[in-house]
Write a protein that binds this ligand. Structure first.
Ligand code: EPU
Length: 337
């Protein structure tokens, strides 16, 4: 195992923050992961996946273990369904493209989401009306307390909006090593109701879309709104969309009758944080190398050499102003380290 010291993590986080790891090991097998965990190189362990949902505000004084397990295995395939086991270090979007190429349906709406397969369940990634939980069967994990493997089924994962047990009761204890998916082979369950997708398909004069048509539409939409981390450091949506109760919602609606919203249940309403941030005047603003994206105010960006602290200070400024202007608290979606 190659142990690196004071390694820059700039290429390992999509914000492109130049924080350093005291020790760094990249593991490609479970045996290597166990070896690294037992190595006693440093008392603190930090597990790193695709680095697409974190903001590094300081150097990491720990042994950083980069999960680089690769491989996709077909477990079962019949006329209707295919079960796949995908290793945690596979890039999410490459996995989606593999599914499109093999005509496995279910993940096409989640095209181009940055990050790795193994970290996708942690925040139950989602886009355009579909969430990871819709195709998830189970995941295999290594318990860092006893170095034993175990399986988490869908119920146990307790998925919610950008949430799961891995952000709550199971936080920090398990390393997801692989994920099983159930996908369709025929009669794909297409999800085209999301306004922008419908529009894109209409613009392209597609009446009976294939999963590839949907994936292409999602890719085009995302490219037009969301910056490519390879070109402009970012971590997707920086905040979650706040979910408010009826009382707060009514007050908000009376004041801003034209604001967009989604009804989550009869007593819960989701208000787009991007809209709130734009109305608060931040869209397209730049403070040194930290900024708010010009096409999607929910995305904070690093123009080159922003530090994690600078991005965090901007995030807190936005959070405060949104609270002052609307009385609504927006919670970061990214993990701040
Ligand atoms: N809006 C604005 N100004 C903005 C951005 C958005 O007014 O600067 C308005 C839009 O006009 C629209 C509404 O807010 O009416 C919602 O915008 P959009 O459809 O772009 O989606 P979102 O709620 O901002 C969520 C996810 C995205 C996901 C999209 C599409 C969260 C936190 N974000 O964004 O996920 O791609 O829906 O499903 O739920 C991510 O998690 O990193 C991510 C990119």
């Amino acid at each position: 195992m190659l142990i690196e010291e004071h390694k820059s993590l700039k290429d390992y986080n999509t914000f492109g923050i130049d924080a350093k790891a005291r020790f760094f090991i990249s593991v490609s097998e479970i045996s290597e992961l166990k070896e690294a965990l037992q190595s006693k190189i440093h008392p603190t362990i930090f597990i790193l996946g695709g680095g697409s949902n974190m903001l590094l505000t300081k150097d990491i004084d720990a042994l950083v273990i980069h999960i680089n397990f690769k491989g996709i295995k077909v477990l079962k395939s019949d006329k209707n369904e295919t079960m796949l086991e995908v290793q945690a270090g596979e890039n999410w979007h490459e996995f989606v493209l593999y599914c499109i190429n093999n005509n496995y349906g279910g993940v096409e709406n989640m095209s181009l989401i940055p990050g790795n397969v193994g970290t996708a369940p942690i925040q139950n990634i989602g886009a355009y009306g579909v969430e990871l939980k819709d195709v998830f069967v189970q995941c295999a994990v290594l318990d860092m307390q006893n170095l034993e493997m175990r399986v988490f089924g869908k119920e146990e994962c307790d998925f919610g909006y950008r949430n799961s047990i891995f952000k709550n009761a199971a936080k920090g204890r398990f390393v997801i090593t692989s994920v099983q998916f159930k996908l369709t082979n025929s009669s794909h369950n297409l999800s085209t109701s999301y306004g922008v997708i419908k529009q894109k398909l209409e613009d392209n004069e597609i009446e009976n879309p294939t999963i590839k048509d949907i994936s292409d539409a999602v890719i085009a939409i995302r490219k037009s709104k969301l910056p490519d981390p390879a070109e402009l450091g970012n971590s997707g949506s920086f905040f979650k969309n706040p979910v408010v109760n009826t009382e707060t919602f009514q007050k908000f609606r009376n004041q801003y009758p034209n604001a967009p919203y989604y009804e989550v249940s009869s007593t819960q309403f989701k208000i787009p944080a991007g809209w709130l941030i734009e109305q608060a005047g931040f869209k397209g603003q730049r403070y040194g190398d930290a900024g708010v994206h010009k096409n999607q105010a929910l995305v904070l960006v690093n123009y080159g050499n922003a530090t994690g602290t600078e991005i965090w200070e901007l995030a807190m400024k936005i959070q405060k102003k949104v609270r002052e202007d609307f009385g609504i608290y927006i919670e970061p979606e990214v993990n701040v380290i």
